[in-house]
Design a protein around this ligand. Structure first.
Ligand SMILES: [Zn+2]
Length: 403
């Protein structure tokens, strides 16, 4: 029985098709070559896959990026399939360990299909560095020392505990996927200092809006008025907006699923409804915010940072390390890089402002599409401390006591 060999590549438009691999005259594989539109093309990122039938079911099996290894695995698989067809009890070959590089390639291929571009970049980075610092070739061989090497690499780079712990979590998710135990001890953990992310104040939002173009104002009002996440905003289409009832609906799209698969309708303010009406009149496509750049989530962040800088809101203390583009580094006093301005804070402001205005927390939970109330309460922690109602309540608590 045949196990067909394919090579999975990444195209410029982000798609990841399975293609025929390229063979030389003597049936040897040409490493990293795929047949694209009838022509051989070199794809360094290509990962070989086998396709075969297990009973009635079609199975895809990743066999790594190495051409020779892939041919060997194909041969082994075909022997096993033949044996099974003949009714022979075949013991699947016991390998001494799964190849680390091939496992990473195969895992990342899955991430690139199922998760956002940003998530992919995060995983790719952590796993690529891990492959460099890990002294073992197989998943089974990984020890505590290898993971500590990764931790120390990031410490050496001057990364914060928060960032390091994030990278380690990604590595842990990868190992868990392959049923590998997590080798670190509790004391090895990098304790991230808990950051209390404050929502934008009304003044900050007004200042950013005052320096934005109409296009940028549309985006800011959308983020603020719907509380939508980045990916949800980028995937929003005109059919998600109910102009008659003034609601926005987060819905599943072709090739995109909302986080936690929660669909839901959100009441939006009249000012946003009016903006969207005007925007729709000039819109050609189905998306509300079509973006042609390769990393649209980052583009949203850049827009916010540019507006904060333009509005003179930057704290003046954030430093950016020297790099290729800026050999002397940058400071947020003179560049749009202030760390206080990020996309998610609009979602937080959406929740906080609604809460301050008396919208019930259960409603806010539904609009944020949180499955647990606890998450929503964390969002709102301390949010009503600054309201006038809270001020008079605090004063009233002590009003009967002589001054
Ligand atoms: Zn700053």
């Amino acid at each position: 029985m045949k196990a067909h060999l394919y090579i999975r590549i990444k195209m410029q438009d982000g798609s990841r098709p399975f293609c025929e691999p390229v063979y030389s005259a003597n049936r040897k594989l040409k490493p990293g070559y795929a047949v694209v539109k009838g022509k051989p093309e070199h794809h360094q990122e290509g990962v070989y896959h086998l396709r075969y039938l297990r009973g009635e079911k079609r199975v895809w099996e990743s066999v790594g990026a190495d051409a020779q290894e892939a041919l060997l695995r194909q041969h082994q698989r075909e022997l096993i399939l033949d044996g099974q067809k003949a009714g022979v009890q075949v013991v699947e070959p016991i390998t001494t360990g799964r190849d680390l590089g091939a496992s990473i390639d195969s895992y990342l291929a899955g991430v690139s299909v199922a998760r956002s571009a940003n998530t992919y970049v995060q995983y790719e980075y952590a796993l690529r560095i891990f492959k460099q610092v890990c002294t073992k070739r197989t998943l089974e061989g990984i020890t505590r020392e290898d993971v500590l090497n990764l931790r120390d690499y990031f410490i050496g780079k001057g990364n914060s505990n928060y960032t390091i712990s994030h990278h380690l979590t990604n590595l842990r998710t990868f190992l868990t996927y392959y049923d590998q135990p997590w080798p670190l001890k509790k004391t090895d953990r990098m304790k991230p200092t808990k950051k209390l992310v404050k929502a934008y104040s009304k003044e900050e939002i007004s200042a950013m809006l005052s320096v934005g173009s109409e296009d940028e104002k549309d985006l800011l009002w959308f983020l603020l008025g719907t509380g939508a996440r980045k990916a949800e905003s980028l995937n929003a289409t005109w059919s998600d907006v109910d102009f008659a009832h003034g609601t926005f609906n987060v819905s599943e799209k072709d090739g995109w699923t909302p986080k936690d698969k929660e669909e839901g309708g959100i009441k939006i303010p009249a000012v946003l409804v009016d903006r969207l009406k005007a925007r729709k009149a000039n819109s050609k496509g189905s998306r509300i915010f079509p973006m042609t750049v390769c990393n649209p989530e980052k583009e949203i962040l850049h827009i916010i940072k540019r507006l904060a800088f333009k509005a003179g809101l930057n704290c003046g203390e954030c430093q950016c390390k020297p790099g290729k583009a800026y050999p002397h580094g940058r400071c947020c006093a003179t560049a749009p890089i202030c760390k206080r301005y990020k996309t998610h804070k609009f979602r937080k402001a959406f929740a906080t402002l609604h809460s301050e205005n008396g919208v019930p927390v259960r409603t806010i939970q539904r609009w944020l599409r949180h499955s647990s109330l606890e998450t929503t309460l964390k969002y709102l922690a301390g949010s009503d401390d600054n309201t006038d109602a809270m001020r008079s309540r605090v004063d009233a608590t002590f009003s009967a006591i002589a001054a």
